[in-house]
Write a protein that binds this ligand. Sequence first.
Ligand SMILES: Cc1ncc(COP(=O)(O)O)c(C=O)c1O
Length: 350
Amino acid sequence: MFSKDGNSKDVKTPRICDVVWHNGEFIKWNDARVHVMSHVLHYGSSVFEGIRCYSTKRGPAVFRLREHIQRFLNSAKIYRMDHEWTLDQLCDASVEIARRGEMDQCYIRPILFRSLDEEHPAFGVNPFPNPLACYIGSWDWGKYLGDEAIENGVDVCVSSWNRMTPNSLPAMAKSGANYMNSQLIKMEAIMNGFSEGIALDDRGYVSEGSGENIFMVSGDTVLTPPLSSSILPGITRDSVIQICEQLGISIKERTIQRAALYLADELFFSGTAAEVTPIRSVDHIKVGAGGRGPITKRIQQTFFEITKGERQAPGPWLTYINEQKQDTSDNNGFSAEAEPVMTFQTASLD
Ligand SMILES: Cc1ncc(COP(=O)(O)O)c(C=O)c1O
């Protein structure tokens, strides 16, 4: 999808919801505006989420809503954003925006940021004097790495840019500022004719893509970098881990060297936007046979069956927006009010 002139292309966006949730109310899309002197524009002070709502036979269903909103709250906590919103309120608002968009499927984007108090403006780096604003928007978003990528895979490079160190900008928080690093990775990849870039961490181990986690298949084992490799604790990553466990596929968190990418039998990205996307080459070196490998295909198919509501998920992963409750028909004993279940939210496996 992306080429050297990729800057003129973007992911297909067929529709946008014409209302936006703002601090508890729904406002018109055109009224969702901020002052140009807002703290966030100058100092990157935002945290956000990206959530997909899938088309199913029971109507649209939001995928792992509570886990996403929990990560949103975690990101806000890390950045000392002392807001008033609860997990339940933000989940309800996300469901409501998906409903109001009247789309079969959509992408939901909650964002919390430091804005500007126009009566008492504050322009310094210190974020505390600036009021917080919370918005949730929604649109229909196509395949992030292109329509063909899901089947054929993507060509990627290892980026010359490293991921941030854990004590510089925490990758564990999904903050707007982290995406300046992602933009450097993405632009370099596009300019060199690749779809995506893989960043290494500050020690030289594989971290993640600019907007995706990465998995490697070696023999019959699936490996993925641990949180200590400066990755976002991806919710799709967690889903892939749980799917592997359900399918009886061996899955391990391991630090991965760059050269191991070249020798992998299969590689794939995971992410809300990218879903499960195979990688067919890295730095022009073919991965395995150079297409979607059999284990990737099995995991990908299972993931899509779950998101379509056609297969039992390992937990209550779908919130059917027209039924307004999470699917609790699993046997795991979780109720609709259960806390979000993430296998590795803040700590690594080992
Ligand atoms: C840097 C980065 N890593 C990983 C991911 C995947 O996370 P998730 O599966 O929760 O979307 C994303 C996407 O949100 C991302 O931006």
